[in-house]
Design a protein around this ligand. Structure first.
Ligand code: NDP
Length: 363
């Protein structure tokens, strides 16, 4: 969709939502919650395979700009042609009662538009991280879903991952003493020629894509919102990958209780870890937020031990079924739109700090 059309969609929100509100989408009893996936790229391919592990969710529809993918994935997952859509026919999902949720797995700059259109069509929304490319877009998305009376959840899958859940619990209980410092590093070596490196589609570089895991982790591990942030960016602009987006950005944040966090976000080095350090020791996860294979070490009383957590439901199925439960029980998702907005406001502050070369107060 062109920008002009996109503005029309957002401007037309009121009328569309009024229609959607009358088109009540009651939580269906006796059947699984039906998901439509929008954007059949690499992460969507993984998500589609995870419905097999779900107890309360099922894949019922596909939206893609690539007819071959609609055919291939449609056949693989038994999605009839009547439930396959293009971006042009997307709004017809309104007439498909099998679809309860639209899961937006598109490039970041398309999240707001498809969330709003899904809400206008009377559907609940699961939207991938980062929620959008600006805090203003996040607010529009929240408002669209609120007006339509539909749930909005962001794909922060780590909140459904057992090692991360244990780390949150241990940090909260002060298992290694009250938390003092958290370090969190996330990065990978980005391959060239992809939408992630095109600011118009990604909204930014490593911070939007992978550094957001460090940012979100320090927020869920502290249970607090930072009061101050300072950041330094380091990007080789001669590297053709980084013409429009940043490579590395390091940021420090101070939290109300005095906790300090140091985070790295990178598109040229490989990291996936965090460490919560308290007065009596530390808790480390590495990898921390990967799709699988999390490992945890705890240092306490002068000893370091690996801690194993029994494999439970996978984080992806956990995430999909959580929204299904929220729809059935009319409860708030653990990671709703406000969570995505909180990260996006901080991302904007981090970029601003790096750009202006000064600390940004968030109070
Ligand atoms: P991909 O590039 O693999 O897929 C994106 C898909 O979006 C494309 O395959 C295409 O699907 C569709 N699309 C529509 N318009 C465009 C366009 N102009 N340029 C490129 N693609 C377009 O990306 P990912 O699957 O890796 O990422 C998608 C989203 O998921 C991002 O927001 C990302 O941050 C998030 N993500 C989240 C992860 C997590 O662990 N939570 C992991 C990986 C990604 P089609 O051909 O069907 O139209």
């Amino acid at each position: 969709m062109r920008n002009a059309d996109r503005r029309t969609v957002i401007a037309g929100l009121g009328a569309g939502l009024a229609l959607a509100a009358g088109n009540a989408c009651a939580a269906p009893r006796g059947r699984k919650i039906g998901y439509a996936i929008v954007g059949l790229g690499s992460y969507a391919e993984l998500i589609m395979s995870k419905f097999a592990e779900c107890e309360q969710s099922r894949l019922v529809a596909l939206v893609s700009g690539t007819p071959d993918k609609l055919k291939r994935f449609g056949e693989k997952y038994g999605i009839p042609e009547s439930h396959r859509y293009s971006y042009q026919t997307f709004d017809r999902i309104r007439d498909n009662p099998d679809i309860d949720v639209v899961y937006v797995i598109l490039p970041n700059s398309m999240h707001a538009e498809y969330t709003v259109r899904a809400a206008q069509a009377g559907k609940h929304v699961m939207c991938e991280k980062p929620m959008a490319v600006s805090a203003a877009e996040c607010r529009t998305m929240i408002e669209a879903c609120r007006k339509a009376g539909r749930k909005l959840m962001i794909g922060y899958r780590s909140r459904f991952e057992p090692y991360n859940r244990l780390a949150i619990d241990l940090a909260k209980k002060g298992f290694v003493g009250p938390t003092q410092i958290i370090t969190a590093d996330h990065g990978f070596n980005a391959r060239p020629n992809q939408w992630r490196l095109d600011r118009a589609l990604s909204g930014g570089g490593s911070l939007m894509d992978i550094g957001i895991y460090s940012l979100n982790a320090v927020r869920y591990l502290t249970g607090e919102e930072p009061v101050e942030v300072s950041a330094v960016e380091s990007t080789d602009r001669n590297d053709p990958r980084f013409r429009t987006v940043e490579d590395r950005i390091s940021f420090l944040m101070r939290f109300p209780s005095g906790i300090e966090t140091t985070c790295v976000s990178s598109y040229s080095s490989n990291h996936n870890m965090y460490r919560v350090t308290g007065t009596e020791g530390w808790i480390q996860l590495e990898p921390a937020t990967s799709y699988e294979g999390q490992k945890m070490w705890i240092r306490r009383d002068g000893r370091t031990e690996e801690r194993q957590v029994p494999a439970g439901k996978g984080q992806h199925a956990g995430q999909l079924d959580h929204l299904a439960e929220c729809i059935r029980n009319d409860t708030k998702p653990l990671v709703g739109g406000e969570e995505g907005l909180a990260d996006m406001r901080l991302i904007e502050a981090i970029y601003r700090s790096a750009r202006e070369g000064r600390r940004i107060s968030l109070t």
